[in-house]
Design a protein around this ligand. Structure first.
Ligand SMILES: [Fe+2]
Ligand SMILES: [Fe+2]
Length: 209
C-alpha cells in the first residue's frame, strides 16, 4: 500500500475509534443521569439535559464529548439531593449563591467519581469537572458555553413549569427574579438572541398567571 494511503487509512480508523468511544461514554453518562433521577422523587424528567446538549451543539457545532457530557450531567447533584423546592426556597432566593455553589461542587465530584470508575481520560475528566463546577456562574470559555446553553434550556423547558408550580407557594416576585437572572447571566450574543423569545414567553406566562 502506498505510504500516503496508509496514513489516510490510519487517520480514518483513529477517527472512527475516537468517535465510537465518544458515543459510548456519552451514552453511559446519559444512562447514569437518567437512572439517578429516576430514583429521585422530585424530578424525573431529563428534558432539560437533552435540550442543554442540543443548545450547546447549536452554539458550538464542534463541541467534543467532554463538553456534551458536562452539558448532559451539569445538574446531576439535584438527583442526589431530592429536596423539595417549595420547602428549600421558602426563605431563600431560587438562585441563592450558597446553594448554587454547593450544587456545582457536588455535581463536579459526582461526575469525577463516576468517570474515574469508567477509566475515562484524565484531562477530559478535569475539563468536565471544571465546567460543572462553574456552570451557574461561568468564568472561562467552556463553562460560559455550558452556562449559556443551560440558561436557554431553562427558559425554554423549566421556566414555564416553574411559573405554574412555584408562583403559588413562593410568590411571583421570587420566580420572576430567578427567570430574569437566568436570562441576564448569558454571556454570548448568539445565546442571548436564541434565549430572548423563551424569556419573553416565560414572563408572559408569569404575567398572565
Ligand atoms: Fe445547575
Ligand atoms: Fe440546568
Amino acid at each position: 500500500m502506498p505510504k500516503g494511503n496508509f496514513r489516510v487509512g490510519l487517520g480514518a480508523v483513529t477517527f472512527i475509534y475516537q468517535y465510537r468511544i465518544m458515543i459510548y461514554m456519552l451514552e453511559k453518562v446519559k444512562q447514569f443521569v437518567k437512572e439517578s433521577f429516576e430514583k429521585c422523587a422530585t424530578g424525573k424528567s431529563v428534558e432539560h439535559f437533552e435540550r442543554t446538549v442540543y443548545w450547546v451543539q447549536q452554539l458550538k457545532s464542534d463541541a467534543d464529548e467532554a463538553i456534551l457530557i458536562a452539558a448532559y450531567a451539569h445538574d446531576i447533584a439535584r438527583a442526589f439531593r431530592c429536596t423539595n423546592s417549595e420547602q428549600t426556597f421558602q426563605t431563600r432566593e431560587l438562585n441563592d449563591p450558597e446553594i448554587l455553589e454547593e450544587h456545582q461542587k457536588e455535581g463536579a465530584k459526582i461526575m469525577t467519581d463516576f468517570l474515574k470508575k469508567e477509566e475515562f481520560e484524565k484531562d477530559k475528566i478535569q475539563r468536565i469537572a471544571n465546567m460543572i463546577l462553574k456552570h451557574e456562574v461561568g468564568g472561562d470559555e467552556e463553562s460560559d458555553l455550558i452556562k449559556d446553553a443551560d440558561s436557554i434550556s431553562y427558559l425554554e423547558v423549566n421556566a414555564p413549569k416553574h411559573v405554574r408550580k412555584l408562583v403559588a407557594p413562593l410568590g411571583k416576585d421570587k420566580v420572576e427574579r430567578k427567570i430574569r437572572w437566568m436570562f441576564e447571566r448569558i454571556s454570548s450574543e448568539k445565546a442571548k438572541q436564541i434565549a430572548e423569545p423563551f424569556y419573553k414567553n416565560a414572563i408572559d406566562i408569569l404575567d398572565s398567571n
